[in-house]
Design a protein around this ligand. Structure first.
Ligand code: ADP
Ligand code: MG
Length: 340
């Protein structure tokens, strides 16, 4: 009898994760939260531990023809720290798994590590272990991070409430526009190696792609302001996709105002140049690693003067109705384009 075969593309990333973990349940009393949030949550007694893993694969997540190894090392740590930040936690230790082909010299791997060390210093984490292997097909990096958070400060994805204000740190769409510009310059170079990259005035968006920051600064500033978000997620797949997670897991809807979306001027100009709608870039471009979170309206005064935080809308009691209020006063559903 032929075994049935299901294509992974039929399920998509989230469908696959769900299917693989069907029937899996946590048996240990300290496993507080398993799959479904930015980090797993472990009860350590006086506080919660946070645990998360992210992988970066050559050809899928990065192209070494324009991605400096040092930046790649930094990014590998930063995106993991971001998942701890998204729980309102503080990162403490990381372990690093790498698989290398003989294409890489010792000096090249040292560069990768330079970036990792710089990120460990910036985010005050210790690199405490990992694994090293050979690879037949390019560079593979897997980082796991351990973090901590006080039990009364932890912030999940599934606890947003109707009427909460929806906030985002920094600005959106930059990493995506940076990537598109790098890809375009690579094509130009491949067509004519005498051409030099035209990236003047685009430093910010390039940096957003190549050297993202985890927003630990925002985590600390929220704490300093006495504000504990009611829910939080980091924006790794794009505002639309990550807001839909926040809403579906919390059983609420959201109304986002187009004219409140924070878009940097370089993102805007780059999008226009590339014939991409700036709003599309802000909604669906991934890899910004900003924090998307909700706060009670009564906390508005605590964040309103923080230039790093934009209030972009509010949550509603209309479950899964996630709408964009456009500049033309229309309301259209926000849909995820996702990265399957
Ligand atoms: P993030 O974008 O925050 O890193 P993901 O979208 O990668 O989160 O993952 C969503 C959830 O699914 C997380 O809770 C993650 O731990 C879990 N997950 C992802 N891949 C697997 C897997 N292969 N097995 C078990 N859980 C997974
Ligand atoms: Mg995340």
């Amino acid at each position: 009898m032929a075994e049935s075969r299901t294509e992974i593309s039929n399920l998509g990333e989230f469908g696959l994760i769900k299917r693989l973990n069907e029937g899996l349940k946590n048996n240990l009393p300290e496993s507080i939260k398993g799959i479904g949030d930015d980090s797993a949550v472990i009860d350590l007694g006086t506080e919660f531990g946070l645990l998360s893993t992210d992988i970066l694969l050559e050809g899928v997540h990065f192209d070494l023809s324009f991605f400096p190894l040092k930046h790649l090392g930094y990014k590998a740590i930063a995106i993991n720290v971001s998942d701890v930040a998204a729980m309102n936690g503080v990162p403490r230790q990381v372990t690093v798994g790498i698989a290398l082909s003989n294409r890489f010299s010792v000096e090249a791997v040292e560069e990768l590590y330079e970036g990792m060390k710089a990120a460990c210093k910036d985010f005050n984490v210790d690199l405490v272990g990992g694994d090293t292997s050979s690879s037949l097909s390019g560079l593979f990096i897997s980082v796991s991070v351990f973090g901590r958070v006080a039990k009364d400060r932890i912030t999940y994805r599934n606890t947003a409430k109707a009427n909460d204000l929806l906030c985002v740190s920094g600005d959106l769409g930059g990493a995506y526009i940076g990537l598109q510009l790098l890809v375009r310059e690579k094509q130009v170079f491949l067509a004519d190696p005498n051409m030099q990259p035209q990236l003047d005035g685009k430093e910010y968006v390039i940096q957003r792609q190549l050297r993202p920051e985890a927003r630990m600064d925002v985590v600390y500033e929220l704490a300093g302001a006495g504000c504990i978000p009611t829910s939080m997620i980091d924006v790794s797949d794009g505002l639309a996709s990550d807001l839909l997670h926040l809403c579906s897991q919390s059983g609420v809807g959201a109304l986002v105002f187009e004219d409140k979306l924070p878009i940097d001027e370089q993102t805007y100009m780059g999008a226009v140049e590339l014939n991409i709608g700036p709003i599309t870039a802000a909604l669906n471009g991934g890899e910004d690693y900003e924090l998307l979170f909700t706060i009670p309206q009564s906390d508005y005064d605590k964040i309103k003067n923080n230039p790093k935080i934009s209030v972009i809308g509010y949550m509603t009691d209309k479950k899964d109705e996630v709408l964009l209020h456009t500049k033309g006063d229309n309301r259209v559903p926000i849909t995820a384009q996702g990265w399957n």
